[in-house]
Design a protein around this ligand. Structure first.
Ligand SMILES: Cc1cc2nc3c(=O)[nH]c(=O)nc-3n(C[C@H](O)[C@H](O)[C@H](O)COP(=O)(O)OP(=O)(O)OC[C@H]3O[C@@H](n4cnc5c(N)ncnc54)[C@H](O)[C@@H]3O)c2cc1C
Length: 298
């Protein structure tokens, strides 16, 4: 299929990009890596007159970690850079896993974590890991800047909380807690290359006695938006993690999901798999947290 005709605009600053968005309104789309956008355009699912590329805006490709302030992922940081960044692998393992198993090598070198979030697919691999790591989104607009918890960013399939003229500048994640482990588990028909039929992320922080001081669970591809399984989290929070409690928590997470049947999997199968993947993610997160508690190097 041929591409619709469009003009490519290459602003050199976010201010300029905001001004172009304001000038062209609904006729313009922002482009990061283009791996979602250009496919949709080639399928004629959208045909903007202007693409505003962010590639020439300096500093947007940064991936930085500071023990005091945490992780910053710029709007143009490719998935591969995030997956390979040593502090991400060490302190945010769920995110390292999701970024490293999104699509193929070529797409990971082009596509960005921020584009993955802004595309707002319920199946976006990097959404649930960033939800359990309690990420926030920094947004610029012509009048200034605002910050939004990622949990409030997703509004529906393909829909975000971004207002007209707004651009995501970066995603921020707090510094890792002590004795904290996280994990992301993905089920897809064709192993890594395919969109997730189910995704489950978990984060567990243990206290000094080995109880779960903090528990976060997030699910992908099983509801209109990537969602926190908050009722399930409450079952385990403050408790010593036993097999029985892990099983109850995972079963509750499945109840919180509302999966549909589509080409990738049936709704009932997805719901069963939420339970399985949540249990695996919790177990792996706990193992990592326990190893850190025991003073092991990860
Ligand atoms: C073959 C193939 C396999 C794939 N496999 C997977 C997979 O396994 N898992 C998965 O999750 N995804 C997958 N994808 C989807 C895609 O690669 C990812 O969603 C990617 O991370 C998108 O990033 P991008 O930078 O290319 O976004 P773009 O395509 O550039 O943008 C996506 C959307 O976000 C908007 N946008 C981008 N940046 C900003 C910003 N800074 N502020 C506001 N809006 C912005 C754009 O306007 C557009 O609407 C696959 C795609 C293909 C083609």
């Amino acid at each position: 299929m041929s591409m619709p005709r469009f003009s490519y605009l290459a602003p050199r600053s976010l201010k300029e990009a905001c001004a172009l968005l304001a000038e062209h309104g609904d006729k313009a789309r922002l482009m990061a890596g283009g791996t979602d956008l250009l496919i949709r355009m080639s399928q004629r699912a959208m045909s903007p007159d202007y693409l505003i590329g962010l590639r020439n805006v300096s500093g947007l490709d940064r991936v930085e970690f500071d023990a005091g302030t945490g992780l910053a992922i710029g709007a143009m940081a490719p998935l591969s850079a995030v997956a390979e960044f040593e502090p991400v692998r060490r302190y945010y393992p769920a995110l390292a896993r999701s970024a490293g198993m999104t699509a193929t090598v070529q797409i990971r070198n082009m596509g960005t974590v921020v584009g993955n979030l802004c595309n707002a697919a319920p199946s976006a691999d990097n959404a649930s890991p960033l939800l359990v790591h309690d990420a926030e989104v920094r947004i610029v607009h012509p009048g200034g800047e605002r910050t939004l918890p990622l949990a409030e960013f997703f509004r529906g399939p393909g829909l975000t909380a971004l207002e007209k003229g707004e651009i995501v500048r970066e995603v921020r994640v707090s510094p890792p807690g002590q004795r904290t482990g996280s994990s992301y588990q993905k089920l897809s028909a064709r192993s890594k290359v395919d969109i997730a039929a189910v995704g489950a992320a978990a984060l567990v922080r243990l206290d000094e006695e080995g109880n779960c001081a903090s528990v976060r669970i997030a699910l992908g591809a099983v509801a209109p938006v990537p969602l926190r399984a908050r009722a399930a989290e409450k079952i385990l929070a403050g408790q010593r993690p036993t097999d029985e409690l892990l099983a109850r928590t995972s079963a509750r997470a499945a109840e919180e999901s509302s999966p549909i049947t589509d080409i990738r999997a049936s709704g009932p199968y997805r719901r069963l798999m939420v339970e399985v993947l949540t249990a695996r993610a919790l177990r792996e997160a706990l193992d990592l947290a326990s190893a850190l508690q025991a003073g092991c190097e990860i």
